[in-house]
Design a protein around this ligand. Sequence first.
Ligand SMILES: [Zn+2]
Length: 381
Amino acid sequence: MSSKYLIHKNNVLKVIYQNENISRKKLHDLLDLRFATITNITKELIEERLIEEIGREKSINKGRPHTLLRIVPNSRFFIGCELEPEKILSLILNFKGEIISKEEVDFGKDIGKEEILNEIVNLIKKMVAKSKIEKNRIFGIGFVDPGIIDIEKGVSIFSTILPQWKNVNTKQYIEEKIGIETFIIGTSQAKVLSERFFGEGKEKDDFIFIEFGEGIGCGIMSKGRIVHGIGGVAGEFGHIQFPERTEVCNCGKKGCLEAIVSIPSIEKKIKEIVGKDLKIKEIKEEFDKGDEKIKEILKEVFELFSISISNLINLLNPGLVILDKNFLFFKNLLNEFLIENIKKHMVYQYDIKFEISKFGEEIGAIGGACLSMSKFLKLDI
Ligand SMILES: [Zn+2]
């Protein structure tokens, strides 16, 4: 088979994936390929069980309606695995973004990098065994790394939140132990990828995802491509600094946004000022009951968060801002304390949209699986 033919074949598969249901006629129109080539390629893809016929399109013009093709959702599977400061979450995704299998494990703070690697490999092996999916139908593993990475070599270089995770040949190790091709990606980049494939950012080319949890970060999608930066850590906006602030950040510096607005930072501040040891859910409840002190603290926190997000908007001009699901803790103050404030600080007023992500804790791992799917389909992302 010529390499040109393989490129055509891949393009056919890609267009079928992107269009969900599509006729051979439409493929012929979109790809500018001979009809005989389209017929051959789709026949092969059906034999490989990658695509299937799913009835006919509704007839608009006279003549016989065309048969529609689609990707078989469970024809191939993709693994995503996210390493967090004390947890690993791994899952298997199909083409439709459905989670077929999921496993997670907590590990203590004191374990070394070799033990973390072992935990990762064991977790993935256990998950694959439980899922009963044959290995040859799993295309790849997208590993989501919490720190600075070398994407090409698949090496984890350094992480501020997991200091022992340093100079690790992650890709090589996982591939050797599991025998499935592995790709690595940064956390924020994985999250923005989840949104692009299966979330609020579907079919959107310019948007940002704002992470709000233990850490603060942002994923950037620009012209349909993820912004990685050279170390895979573009979007570390949790470390924007406010020089007048004294809160100490995990990165060792003072006055970082993350040290002020992350969920643990909010909890810490409320404990210091109000004297109550409250978790984020209880903080919300106290706020709802009308606690003035808590209201004041949250207003200040969200003011700094708004300034930071508006800086990003001024810099990147996105059409959409997707907010982490954790923002729902403060659903009833979001408009007043965050979104209105952001708009106030934007240099140009334009029709920018705000949405709340529908993904939960799986968002990073889903993004890892999407990375693996994008490699399979040879998508430009
Ligand atoms: Zn910092």
